[in-house]
Design a protein around this ligand. Sequence first.
Ligand code: SAM
Length: 250
Amino acid sequence: MQLEKINNILHGVSGMNFHQAETMRNFILENRFENILELGFNHGVSTCYMAGVLDELGRGSITTIDQEWTRKAKPDLETILIELGLTKYVTPIYEPTSYIWALMKMLEEMPKPQYDFCYIDGAHDWFTDGFAFFLVDKLLTPGGWIIFDDFNWTFATSPSLKNSELVRNMPTDEKTTPQIRKVFELLVEQHSGYDDFIVKDGWGYARKVSTKSSSHMVQIKKEIVYQPVDVGLGSVIQKIYGKIKRTVSK
Ligand SMILES: C[S@@+](CC[C@H](N)C(=O)[O-])C[C@H]1O[C@@H](n2cnc3c(N)ncnc32)[C@H](O)[C@@H]1O
């Protein structure tokens, strides 16, 4: 489905702008992404644009996560997807608190990385998105990309948040620091598993190393080890230790 058609229907709904949608389209087509993970969808503008590109390709899927309240957003993601006929490309996840929790469940359920692209446009804070990066990294295939939106965004300049109680009570440097930039510069760029970085038009792009070495699966096996422990007065009890064995397979 053409981006223009999606733009006509989404006109006036807040979210990804048309220029970003075009950039995103080119990026998805260039890299032939098939399995997309999105953190933060709100009304679903970015989700619909990305689903439109998958529709052009005729394949692929997007898993997108936001909070419960977005079910009642006006308009809401699922209603727009139905209107656009793009529902089949998108699996929304509505979390009570945070995508951090949903990512934990995904890690439990997925035996190996499966997303080739992740678009992060959620909390924009160090606490959440710093951690989100490490969780997403575990779900991202070698050679996969992450885009961080709002590279220079701050709480102090956010029209919708700057006067909120949360932000008024925040320490000044937390309010005025672009926290996504900190995540990118201190965690992503310094991560040995990432080898290509672009900062452009408010987005930070990072590619996960695609060499064979990065695709080693680390299997973690837990063994229960019984070890006698002397607790004095001659009594000996058996103590259980969990021993973790790491096996790297090629
Ligand atoms: C800027 S909006 C997303 C806009 C959307 N990506 C677009 O371009 O159309 C940010 C969204 O992130 C969500 N969000 C923020 N922190 C979150 C968290 N910890 N877990 C889940 N969703 C979160 C908010 O509920 C909000 O809907």
